[in-house]
Design a protein around this ligand. Structure first.
Ligand SMILES: [Zn+2]
Length: 439
């Protein structure tokens, strides 16, 4: 299955320590990049002419929900708590093994077609094995975990008690963590403070330390949610986590919109990671996260599309563009330069996931995760600065080739591990099944 591939003469944005950009070659053997340089001569393996392409490190989204892709365009014009309680949780609670498989595959197909090679996924309460099975088959790189919810009003299918939730998470971790030479990893994923007991949050964090895995949750997303947390605990969302002992570099918090100065100091001091989801924050009317302030403080920020029903795409090009644009009215035109945005989607995504030794830049020794983007398109020429071209004028459909772990998963815009024609037929059938069980 593996061998050598020499990618010749592409315009390479390395995102390495020196931020080198040059026209050159990448030599890949098995899963790894073994050389990157201006002119590599090697005639042993496959040869790929990359002259028409910009090559970037495989793009990384640190916060998505594959289980929700099937609900795209079905939960409109609602704010967070209504969106969850009226639409998303009832849908998630009605997932079967078959429908969740279709949802995951649809999401993975869209991610690959738009150049994403690594995700961190939050599943739902049930059927997490199926999400891992789809990830395993697809070749995508992922950190994933079942959602944990042992508190509050929620539909039948999402009810679990504290020990059931923890035991199931542990079973999944033991089965899937480091699957396929570390391509898949497990992360504990308590949904958010209001849907989890203190015991669950504390015990889960303890387990993340025992097993050296990530703690992935939502925090400070919506002003109403933050108000409820203050009512219940008397402190802010971030402060609550600190009180429960949930701090450290393995803590990954999606959103972090409603934070004050003290919260920001906690994020900084404890090296907590912020997962920024600009489209979802705008669409649910949640607000705009103060990302330039976080970056000024040295907090690591990465990027994600969140779920399809609050976006309504999984397209990282839209997220990167929006991440830059939404800050400019408040912070000025110089805020969020394109290179910083690409960092969020590459090397800082890798740092967030604790995978910077494997991915996030194009360097010898790292895994061969690459996204190849067509350069010469009517909507993206001419250009002066390559980062601006990539963030502001390139589009998802310009992605023509995607490699993960040395294997082509997208070739000439054709998915190599997913049968797109049958997937498109399966989507309406799966949706009907969920809808029927809701009525
Ligand atoms: Zn989310």
């Amino acid at each position: 299955m593996f061998g050598k591939t020499l990618i010749k003469n592409g315009l390479i944005i390395t995102m390495d320590g020196d931020e080198r950009v040059f026209r050159g070659d990448i030599l890949i053997k098995d899963r790894k990049i073994i050389r990157v340089g201006k002119s590599i001569d090697d005639r042993d393996g496959d040869w790929f002419d990359a002259e028409p392409y910009l090559i970037v490190p495989g793009l990384i989204q640190t916060h998505v929900h594959l289980c929700q892709t099937l609900f795209r365009n079905l939960a409109e014009d609602l704010s967070l708590m209504d969106w969850l309680q009226k639409k998303i949780w009832p849908y998630e609670g009605n997932h079967t093994v078959e429908t969740i498989a279709v949802s995951a595959r649809l999401g993975i197909a869209e991610l690959l077609l738009s150049g994403t090679t690594t995700i961190m996924d939050m599943g739902t309460v049930l059927h997490e094995d199926t999400i891992f099975e789809e990830l395993a088959k697809s070749g995508l790189r992922a950190v994933a975990g079942k959602a944990m919810m042992d508190l509050g009003r929620r539909p039948e299918g999402l009810r679990e008690n504290t020990s059931e939730s923890i035991n199931e998470s542990l079973r999944l971790l033991k089965k899937w963590h480091n699957f396929d030479h570390e391509r898949l990893k497990y992360a504990f994923a308590p949904r958010f403070a209001l849907s989890c007991t203190d015991d669950l949050l504390k015990e889960t964090f303890r387990l993340t330390q025992t097993y050296h895995v990530l703690f992935h949750t939502h925090a400070a997303e919506n002003i109403h949610e933050v108000g409820l947390i203050r009512e219940r605990f008397g402190v802010s969302n971030i402060r609550l986590f600190e009180k429960l002992g949930i701090t450290g570099r393995n803590v990954c918090l999606a959103h972090c919109i409603w934070t004050d100065e003290e919260d920001r100091q906690l994020l900084k001091e404890h090296e907590i990671k912020v997962l920024h989801c600009p489209s979802a924050n705008l669409k649910l009317g949640s607000g705009i996260a103060p990302i330039p302030d976080y970056l000024d403080e040295g907090i690591t920020v990465s990027i994600g599309a969140d779920g399809a029903p609050c976006n309504n795409n999984m397209n990282i090009f839209q997220e990167m563009r929006l991440a830059a644009l939404i800050q400019k009215p408040k912070y000025g035109a110089l805020a969020m330069p394109a290179k910083d945005v690409l960092k969020m989607a590459t090397i800082n995504g890798a740092r967030t996931l604790g995978l910077e030794h494997l991915i996030g830049s194009i360097e010898a020794g790292k895994r061969a995760d690459l996204t190849l983007i067509k350069m010469n398109q009517v909507h993206s020429i001419p250009y002066d600065n390559i980062y601006n071209k990539l963030i502001f004028s390139s589009q998802a459909a310009d992605v023509e080739y995607v490699m993960v772990d040395g294997k082509w998963l997208l070739k000439g815009r054709r998915l190599q591990t997913i049968d797109l024609a049958s997937l498109l037929k399966e989507v309406p059938v799966a949706l009907k099944k969920i809808d029927r069980s809701l009525n």
